[in-house]
Write a protein that binds this ligand. Structure first.
Ligand SMILES: *Cc1c(COP(=O)(O)O)cnc(C)c1O
Length: 378
């Protein structure tokens, strides 16, 4: 047991080694040209990433949080407005709303996919609602058909938080094209990760992407020192764009490798008492950013795995309506029973394209042993 290899949550070094020659060549090219800002890789990555998502336009920005914050700004969302979103997400989803002076209105999530419960959205709408912001948590697309129908009836745009869901699909269409626009993060551990911080906004609405680009670059106009609206500096660096271009070529295969590992967990953990496994909704294809199980004794299982060298993570231990940072939104314990229960029961197991299948088997055997299903079947 003690000499078993330690298993991390992600292995960025293993990923780098698979593409090292191409990445090193791309970096050398940028160092040679010294076009660190607005180099040609920036525009090329935007085109290639938009094509990957099946949309016409994308704008690179400095990180996923800025993608959300600047997209909301480009919609003109500000004080007095409300945005309907979920609370079992990374804090950035709520921050982007608050930082624009608007109020997040949190709705609960569906038990099976952990994403926005579309049946609760309509009740959350008020005369102040300006936008609906679902999150494709763990890589699983939210119920965009039902959410889109509600949005259309009320004349509201839907913005996807697709930070965990590059390449996920619903009815054959990819995230990025499932709402009016989508925000992506290229944080290193995401399915598509930069060598630092990076993000993007994607949409079929060219005028909207132009507004995002404007606020991401000091509210710029036609000439360099035209500053038309208050903006900020949130550009995608050329070095990050060059790395992302190399990685994007591999993303479909990497997502497939994640899917195979997720399937191996599901096969090995089926029927284990007290363990609820992640499932895809009919018509949905997850990007499998995380493989997240539900167990009543989550902390016990996490300690059991840690003692055996197996890393795990809790995404997320506190739904964001209960974070002090979101106090202005007025959330209270008991508001969102499903989200609150999930925060006590979810555990993310290691899942990345390079994860050896033998490690999946070993991790599953340890989960079975802890949860009382006896030792490994093999
Ligand atoms: C990672 C993440 C973000 C923020 O992205 P950064 O690039 O880290 O700023 C936003 N929303 C969700 C759901 C995320 O997972």
């Amino acid at each position: 047991m003690s000499d078993a290899r330690a298993v991390p949550m992600v292995d960025l070094k293993a990923q780098y080694q698979r593409i090292q020659a191409d990445v090193d060549a791309a970096l050398a090219r940028i160092l040679e040209t010294t076009q660190f800002i607005k180099g040609e890789d920036c525009g090329l990555f935007e085109q290639e990433f938009a094509a990957f998502c099946g949309v016409s336009r994308a704008c690179g920005v400095a990180n996923g949080t800025d993608a959300l914050t600047l997209a909301l700004k480009a919609y003109g969302i500000g004080p007095g407005n409300e945005v309907v979103t979920v609370a079992n997400t990374f804090i950035a989803t709520g921050e982007a709303i608050l930082l624009n002076g608007a109020r997040p209105v949190f709705v609960d999530v569906d038990e099976q996919t952990f994403t926005m419960d579309a049946t609760r959205v309509e009740k959350a709408l008020t005369a102040r609602t300006r936008l609906i912001l679902p999150v494709h948590l763990y890589g699983h697309p939210a119920d965009m058909g039902a959410i889109g129908d509600i949005a259309q009836r009320h004349g509201l745009p839907v913005l996807e938080d697709a930070a965990q869901a590059h390449g996920a699909e619903l009815q054959g269409r990819r995230t990025g094209g499932l709402g009016h626009a989508a925000c992506f993060s290229f944080y290193p551990g995401k399915n598509l990760g930069a060598f630092g911080d990076a993000g993007a906004v994607a949409s079929n609405d060219g005028a909207f992407i132009a507004r995002v680009r404007q606020v991401a670059n000091h509210g710029g106009g036609a000439n360099k020192y035209d500053n038309v609206v208050p903006g900020t500096n949130s550009r995608l660096d050329t070095i990050q764009a060059a790395v992302l271009r190399v990685k994007l070529r591999h993303l479909d295969r990497w997502n497939q490798e994640r899917r195979e590992r997720a399937a191996a967990y599901t096969a090995a953990l089926g029927g284990v008492p007290n363990v609820t496994l992640p499932k895809e909704r009919e018509g949905a294809r997850s990007a499998w950013h995380l493989y997240t199980v539900r167990v009543p004794d989550r902390d016990g299982l996490q300690a059991h795995l840690k003692a055996r060298g197996i890393a795990t993570a809790v995404h997320y231990p506190r739904p964001i309506h209960l974070q002090p940072a979101m106090a202005a939104a007025g959330g209270r314990p008991g508001d969102l029973p499903v989200s609150e229960r999930l925060s006590r029961e979810v555990l993310c197991l290691p899942l990345y394209p390079e994860l050896p299948l033998a490690d999946v088997e070993r991790i599953a055997a340890e989960v079975r042993a802890f949860c009382g299903a006896g030792a490994a079947r093999a």
